[in-house]
Write a new protein. Structure first.
Length: 406
C-alpha cells in the first residue's frame, strides 16, 4: 500500500474525484449548515446594489452584510458577465477548487522533501470539510477570503524559504497585498496581519521594517475608515465575553488537532518525551482554567459554539464532553506554544481575537488547518506527514464529521 501511494499519482486522482464530488454537491444544492442558502439569497440584493453604486459598504451603509464588501463587489462585477444567478454560482463553485489547490502549492513549498502524493492527499481533504463545501456551493465570501489568504501564505513561505531579509522584495509585498484583500473580504484575517508584523519586526532590518509598515498602513486605511464609519463591522467579530470565547475557541481548535495529535502519540511517542513536565503542568493549568471559565459559561448552543458543544448536548444532555475537548485544546495549544514563542503569539491572537457574541466553527474551518500546517513553527505537521497511515485515519475522522453534518 505504501509503495502504491508513493509511486503512483493516486493523490492527483483523489483530488480530481473530490473536485467532481463538489460539483455533484452543487447539483443537489448541498447545504449542511442550513444557513448558506439563506445567506446567498439575503445578500443578493447587496450584489445588485453594488452594480449601481460601488461605494455601498465602503462609504455608505450596507445593511445586507456585516462583512467587508470585497467579495460582493467581485460578485457584482462577475454578474455583468454572467447574468444568470445559477450559472454565477456554478462558476464560483468551480473557482473554489483553487482553495485546496493553493493549499497543495503551499505544502509543496514548505514540505518540498515530502512525497508529492502525500501532499495531494492532504490538500484533497479540504473537499470533505462541510464549511468548505457549502461555502463553495453557495458562493460564500468565506471562499474568496481563503483564496486571498492562501496566496498570501504562499508568498510568505517563499519569502521565508529564501531568507532574504535584508531588503524589501516582491514576495513580502505580495503577501501583504493578498492578506489585505483577505481582510477586506472577512475582517478577522487582520489577526494574521498582526502576526506577520511581529515576524517582520523580528527578521527585517529596521529600515526595511519601516518601509513595509508604511505599506501595511496604506493598505489598512480603507479598513480603518470603514471601521470608524460602521463600528458594527468590528463588534460582530469581537466582544469581551472571554468566559465564552476562550472555552469555545479551544474546543473548536481541539476538534482539528485531536486526530493529528493522537496519531503522533501512537506512532511517535518520543516526540513528546522531552516535554512531559511541561505537559503535566499544562494539563493542570488547563483543567483549572476550564473549570473557572465553565462557572461563568453562558452560551446558546443553537447558534454556533462548535461541533463538540452540540455533540455534547445531543449525546449527554450536558457540557461534559465539550469541557473535556476544551481542556485538550488548551493542552495542545500549550505544547505548540512551548515549541516556539511565535506560536504563542499567533494562538493567543486566535483565542482572544475571535471573541464574537456568536462563534461559529466556520471561522476556523479550514483556516486553522492552513495555519497549523503552513504557518506555525512546529515539528508536528512534518512528523504527521511522514506516515501515510496518519492521513488515512484523518480522512476517516473527517468523513464521520461530514456524515454527521449531513
Amino acid at each position: 500500500m505504501k509503495n502504491l501511494v508513493e509511486n503512483f499519482n493516486l493523490g492527483k486522482f483523489f483530488f480530481l474525484i473530490f473536485s467532481l464530488s463538489l460539483l455533484v454537491g452543487f447539483y443537489f444544492n448541498e447545504d449542511v449548515s442550513g444557513g448558506s442558502t439563506a445567506d446567498f439569497y439575503s445578500t443578493w440584493d447587496y450584489v445588485l446594489a453594488l452594480k449601481e453604486n460601488y461605494f455601498i459598504g465602503w462609504v455608505e451603509d450596507a445593511h445586507w452584510s456585516l462583512h467587508f464588501p470585497l467579495h460582493y463587489i467581485i460578485l457584482s462585477k462577475l454578474n455583468f458577465i454572467i447574468t444568470d444567478r445559477y450559472l454565477l454560482r456554478l462558476f464560483f463553485c468551480i473557482v473554489s477548487i483553487l482553495v485546496p489547490f493553493l493549499f497543495y502549492l503551499n505544502l509543496k513549498v514548505k514540505f518540498d522533501y515530502i512525497n508529492k502524493n502525500i501532499l495531494w492527499f492532504l490538500a484533497s481533504l479540504i473537499f470533505v470539510l462541510p464549511t468548505f463545501r457549502y461555502s463553495a456551493i453557495w458562493a460564500n465570501d468565506h471562499i474568496t477570503a481563503l483564496i486571498f489568504f492562501l496566496l498570501s501564505t504562499l508568498f510568505f513561505l517563499k519569502w521565508e524559504k529564501k531568507a532574504n531579509y535584508g531588503r524589501l522584495n516582491l514576495n513580502i509585498i505580495l503577501q501583504c497585498v493578498f492578506l489585505a484583500l483577505a481582510v477586506y473580504t472577512r475582517q478577522y484575517y487582520a489577526l494574521i496581519f498582526l502576526y506577520f508584523i511581529i515576524i517582520y519586526f523580528q527578521k527585517l532590518n529596521f529600515k526595511t521594517f519601516i518601509k513595509i509598515s508604511i505599506i501595511v498602513l496604506i493598505l489598512a486605511l480603507p479598513g480603518l475608515w470603514m471601521g470608524y464609519k460602521h463600528p458594527a463591522l468590528i463588534y460582530t467579530i469581537y466582544t469581551t465575553e472571554y468566559y465564552n470565547s476562550l472555552i469555545i475557541n479551544s474546543s473548536i481548535i481541539s476538534f482539528y488537532l485531536i486526530p493529528i495529535i493522537f496519531c503522533l502519540i501512537i506512532n511517535k511517542k518520543e516526540l513528546f518525551a522531552d516535554k512531559k513536565r511541561y505537559l503535566v503542568v499544562g494539563a493542570i493549568f488547563s483543567i483549572l482554567l476550564v473549570y473557572l471559565l465553565s462557572n461563568a459559561f453562558n452560551y446558546n448552543y443553537h447558534v454556533g459554539g462548535g461541533f463538540l458543544l452540540k455533540l455534547s448536548i445531543i449525546l449527554f444532555n450536558n457540557n461534559f464532553l465539550f469541557y473535556l475537548s476544551s481542556v485538550l485544546g488548551f493542552i495542545f495549544l500549550i505544547y505548540l506554544s512551548i515549541e516556539n514563542k511565535n506560536n504563542l503569539v499567533l494562538l493567543l491572537l486566535l483565542l482572544f481575537g475571535l471573541s464574537g457574541t456568536y462563534i461559529f466553527q466556520k471561522y476556523f474551518e479550514p483556516m486553522f488547518l492552513f495555519i497549523f500546517f503552513l504557518i506555525l513553527s512546529s515539528k508536528l505537521p512534518e512528523e504527521f506527514l511522514k506516515n501515510y497511515k496518519n492521513l488515512v485515519y484523518l480522512y476517516i475522522y473527517i468523513f464521520f464529521y461530514f456524515a454527521s453534518a449531513l
